[in-house]
Design a protein around this ligand. Sequence first.
Ligand SMILES: Cc1ncc(COP(=O)(O)O)c(C=O)c1O
Length: 492
Amino acid sequence: MSADHTRAPVLEALADYHRKERMSFTPPGHKQARGADPAVREVLGDAVFLGDVLATGGLDDRLTRGRVLERAEELMADAVHADRTFFTTCGSSLSVKAAMLAVAGPHEKLLIGRDAHKSVVSGLILSGIEPVWVEPRWDAERHLAHPPSAAAFEEAFEAHPDAKGALITSPTPYGTCADLGAVAELCHRRSVPLIVDEAWGAHLPFHPDLPSWAMDAGADICVTSIHKMGSGLEQGSVFHLQGDLVPADLLQMRSDLLGTTSPSVLLYAGLDGWRRQMALHGRELMGGALEVAAEVRAAVEGIDGMHVNDRDDFCGAGLAMDMDPLPCVIDIDALGITGYQAADWLREHRDIDMHLTDHRRIGAQLTHADDRETAGQLLAALKDLADAATELRPAPRVEVPSPPELRMTQACLPRDAFFGPAENVPVSEAAGRVAAEMITPYPPGIPAVLPGERLTEPVLRYLVTGLEAGMNLPDAADSRLETIRVAARDFA
Ligand SMILES: Cc1ncc(COP(=O)(O)O)c(C=O)c1O
């Protein structure tokens, strides 16, 4: 029987809960907003509290006999061509760790593209998995990384035939995509699974002009943040599973280690509603977003000093396989200011928040929620920024290492460096020492330094000059980066 995508089991159960005026003697203690502080109710609105009910023993019964969550997950799986889907409520930061734990264990190897998000590194620290880093495709001219090639994974498998699987990030936060079909194929030749961190790809299944998505490309597990490019609420994430290389019960068990026993029904409702919205209207909504994106890209290209990174810049031999045009990545190098200055100016003077910022770029994330009006406001603000750029110059200089200089050697397991004896040393004395912490420019959230890596001058200079220029390094132990946390002993 084909799935009925007009249904939304979580939303229907919630409506039923309200219709019956259920009375709970259970958490949450605000009990349908009645107990919430009036001042909080005023700001949040009661809808937030009305949707916030206990999942088991509230929305569904004590033994979840209504299969509310299960039915919603089945519909999501159907919509993206997966065998199984699991909803989670702590972002893809949780989902990606669950996926990793289902594929490898302590001291087992996992091939991972080095342009991984910090949640992958957290997964390595918690699990004791040994990463085999696979080089991304570095664009030395533009100073950014695209997903590793299939050939790089093949080489890594040849050097490490005992690897339990592979993990790749696609799309990257810059919107560039890997050749997932080829990477999946070479994993499956070895009967090991491919995990795709598709945190940025919630929308991909719903329009043929968007890049191919992980389940269709043959990946085994795919992790997606529905709140990033989709209309889920913050923290609403899913992972999809297909094939028999990773047993569903094992994945569920490993995920259960990390999850909460009080999942948010609000987040479940957001996931369920997004799937229905996309199954019924996805093509039309994504088609509209693609049109707006094309217009915005063309208009930004016409602004003096701005260049929109397009397929010519990002795709082709030695670069990415494909790209998503919705993240509109704007190179402002010619304006002579940094992305940090540009983003701060737009927020302060035009009340506009940009997503991605780095030493020479700003990124405007466009979604199906945008239209000509929001696009017009963005474009007007960008023009004003271009006019104001002279006042912002000179840009502080960020000393960005060359691609080979960016790579440090992994001296020991991330877990051993993170949990082992450590000390804080002045940054001027840190080169040559083994890092015991993660240091991550955010966004996009790809650690420049991770525990177990042997620090080098160029990377330290990059971070220090970056911080002075306005880079956000939220996870560094010393937020001023005067000292760095390093392993007390050497791992030579
Ligand atoms: C590639 C990638 N993976 C995973 C995550 C974590 O997702 P979440 O913020 O939903 O926890 C992010 C977040 O930015 C990301 O960029």
